[in-house]
Design a protein around this ligand. Structure first.
Ligand code: AMP
Length: 129
């Protein structure tokens, strides 16, 4: 069965898409740690990041860098943290999280956002890609 992220890629499930190319997609995390929390995924559905072939892994990091630099410009923060977990969704995803302290990287701390805040954040980050 296709992962929830494959359904986002195909458009079967809606998302707040930030950036896309032939092989990768970036979209806002629906349950964010912080405003601007973004996921970068390969379109190829692989569960674990270190099972990616070297080329896809390298390209995913370069794609994530481009998105992280846009997040840094769009969202006031000290830096953009990067994390890979994958315990919830078995489809490789890089978490890019605007942070000011260690707690912002803790997945215990969540913020709630309205649909218009998601749209506004998406559009702002997109404008810096
Ligand atoms: P993990 O697999 O533990 O790295 O966490 C999966 C992440 O995917 C969580 O931060 C979820 O909030 C996020 N997530 C799950 N479903 C969606 C969705 N439909 N759109 C955006 N983010 C999602």
């Amino acid at each position: 069965m296709a992962s929830i992220f494959s359904k986002i890629i195909s458009g079967e499930i809606p998302s707040f898409k930030i950036h896309e190319d032939d092989n990768f997609l970036a979209f806002l995390d629906i349950n964010p740690n912080a405003l601007g929390h973004t996921l970068c995924i390969p379109k190829k559905e692989i569960d674990q990041i270190f099972d990616l072939d070297d080329e896809t892994l390298s390209e995913l990091i370069v794609f994530s860098k481009k998105v992280a630099n846009a997040i840094k410009k769009a969202v006031v923060c000290e830096r953009v943290g990067m994390s890979v977990i994958g315990l919830e969704v078995p489809h490789v995803h890089v978490h890019l999280i605007p942070i000011n302290n260690m707690d912002d990287m803790s997945f215990d701390t969540k913020i709630s956002m309205t649909e218009s805040q998601f749209n506004e954040t998406m559009n702002k980050i997109k404008s810096y890609i």
